[in-house]
Design a protein around this ligand. Structure first.
Ligand code: PRP
Ligand code: ZN
Ligand code: MG
Length: 226
């Protein structure tokens, strides 16, 4: 899908929880760029590896379209979009290459504080607000529970109070957002963390060697951190 290129392009989150640790990991792996914080494209200096600063949700699509070669993104985003593609009958074009050991969080089901949780069957007929409809529907199917996914792209935690949904399925890190919205986690659907995402098929040009070199260095950095 991607044209022949002699530089590698890595997409990372522009601003958010994964931005700094992603940059730090790449810098520890020996990459450097002409520094300019507001530039969305950072030209690689030490190696022909450029950086693209984007919305995390756009990263799998950029790899699918061949605009980017690799990306650092939450497993939750990657698995959700892979499922979406599979559902639409599209081929697998990106996958998880490595887990990176930072940005740990869980995709959890959370219910209002005053609920007495009795198990998944309690969700039958309920409306569940989420940014991850594919993951949620897959899980509901496994449980044999029929419920409605209400898709929201942000501020999912407020949906129950607005009467837009009964419960939510969202990312939990510290748990502070849930607590602040009188919700409690009852079940984990996915364990997530930052991952290196790459194409499902190997590169057919010099990018293969660049990616190998980068992976070796990254693995070295991750080993030392353990
Ligand atoms: C995530 C997630 C929750 C919150 C959970 O949102 O969607 O809202 O963090 O974190 P906590 O358990 O530590 O409170 P984030 O702020 O990353 O932004 P986004 O949803 O807009 O991508
Ligand atoms: Zn996001
Ligand atoms: Mg959020």
């Amino acid at each position: 899908n991607s044209a022949v290129r002699d530089r590698l392009r890595i997409a990372i989150q522009k601003s958010g929880r994964l931005s700094e640790p992603a940059r730090a990991l790449l810098a520890s792996s020996g990459l450097s760029w002409r520094e300019s914080r507001d530039k969305l494209f950072c030209y690689g200096e030490s190696l022909p590896v450029d950086l693209l600063l984007v919305r995390d949700d756009d990263i799998p699509g950029l790899i699918a379209d061949g605009v980017c070669d690799l990306g650092i993104v939450g497993r939750n985003v990657l698995v959700e979009q892979a499922g979406e593609r599979a559902e639409a009958g599209k081929p697998e074009v990106f996958r998880e290459w490595r887990s990176l050991g930072f940005g740990a969080c869980k995709l959890s089901l959370a219910v209002p504080d005053d609920w007495t949780w009795e198990g998944p069957s309690q969700l039958a007929g309920k409306r569940i607000a989420t940014t991850y409809p594919n993951l949620l529907r897959g899980w509901l199917r496994e449980q044999g529970v029929q419920a409605e996914a209400v898709v929201l792209n942000g501020s999912v935690e407020i949906a129950p109070r607005l009467g837009q949904a009964d419960v939510i399925c969202d990312l939990v890190s510290s748990g502070a957002t849930l607590a602040a919205n009188q919700l409690k986690p009852v079940l984990d659907i996915l364990q997530s963390e930052a991952v290196l995402a790459g194409p499902a098929q190997p590169f057919g040009d010099v990018r293969a060697e660049l990616a190998d070199l980068l992976l070796r260095r990254m693995d070295g950095v991750l080993r030392i951190r353990d």
